[in-house]
Design a protein around this ligand. Structure first.
Ligand code: MBD
Ligand code: FE
Length: 311
């Protein structure tokens, strides 16, 4: 039951004043967005009779979220990052852009600075006795099906405990373990030698899991591998594959699974000859189809704060 405080002149004047809407200075774009978001919050407090105790619980949660460094993790878990993809997909459809490997969320665990190798890279640096060797390979093409030479395929994924280097709570991994980049040759092909990942789980004591608990939701992802694929003449692709057979494949807490992004695994032998740690290994073929620039520009570059390390 609403107490009708929102629509009063007093509240509306307060919102305009708090956002300095009538002042000349400041960032006009930020003023517009902040006025809308703050207004929506005030309206929700009125509409839902949100109590002062509930508001302060929320404020204190923001402090906790920042202390835990989990704001970007929460953005994935509440579907906000997925929604940004839905918006970009919708914009592409409206612009008549068709084809290409589907995009899906970057997530919060990329680290810039991995060394770029030609065609083939071995990216498992640290031993992981519980993980089978895995070869990931495929071809980068345009929507015309022609190979893209000189494309850079960046890859990152978790180890057998579901932990990513740089963000590993045990501190046990080298900076670029299970992270790497390969440049395609004239045939458009890339190949990564690595180890089988396991799905990620949110830190059980963290702010994100605390919120998910109130929603009776888990904070787990199926086993997956992330990619950026860049080429001078195409739009940069941000995507992942999820590994077929993982029980969480359609129950990802970050909503990144898409039908075209499920990768099947084949058992192979001959790993020793390839320089892998065992002769039996897993093989995943995954091809990337890049979309052309739009009027000479990449309109899907997303600039966001990212971790950087030195190899
Ligand atoms: C991950 O590995 C991930 O990909 C996302 C989106 C969120 C948390 C961990
Ligand atoms: Fe991930």
């Amino acid at each position: 039951m609403s107490i009708d405080a929102f629509a009063t002149a007093e509240t509306q004047d307060l919102l305009r004043a708090a956002c300095n809407l009538d002042g000349q200075n400041g960032n006009p774009r930020f003023k517009q967005i902040f006025h809308r978001v703050l207004s929506d919050l005030f309206k929700a407090i009125d509409d839902l009779d949100i109590t002062p105790e509930e508001v302060w619980t929320g404020i204190n949660y923001l402090n906790r979220l920042g202390r835990d460094g989990e704001a970007a993790l929460l953005a994935a878990g509440i579907g906000l990052e997925r929604y940004l993809d839905i918006c970009m997909d919708t914009a592409d459809r409206k612009a008549g852009i068709q084809g290409g490997t589907p995009r899906t969320i970057e997530g919060p665990l990329y680290v810039a600075g991995a060394p770029v190798r030609d065609r083939v890279a071995r990216i498992d640096i640290d031993p992981d006795p519980d993980a089978d060797p895995l070869v990931i390979h495929g071809i980068v093409t345009g929507v015309d099906g022609k190979p893209v030479a000189g494309a850079v395929v960046e890859c990152w994924h978790a180890n057998s405990k579901g932990f990513y280097s740089h963000f590993d709570p045990t501190g046990e991994q080298s900076p670029f373990n299970l992270r790497g980049a390969v440049r395609t040759g004239a045939d458009g092909k890339y190949e990564l030698h690595t180890l089988m990942p396991v799905g990620y789980g949110c830190p059980p004591q963290g702010a994100t899991q605390q919120l998910l608990d109130l929603l009776a939701r888990h904070g787990n992802r199926p086993a997956h591998v992330h990619f950026f694929v860049s080429s001078d003449h195409h739009r940069k692709l941000t995507t992942q594959f999820n590994i077929a057979g993982d029980p969480l494949i359609w129950d990802d807490f970050a909503y990144a699974t898409r039908e075209e992004l499920i990768a099947g695994v084949t058992a192979k032998t001959g790993g020793i000859a390839l320089g892998l740690k065992a002769d039996n290994y897993r093989d995943i073929e995954f091809n990337f189809e890049l979309t052309p620039l739009v009027q000479g520009k990449d309109n899907q570059i997303v600039n966001r704060l990212r971790a950087v390390a030195r190899a």
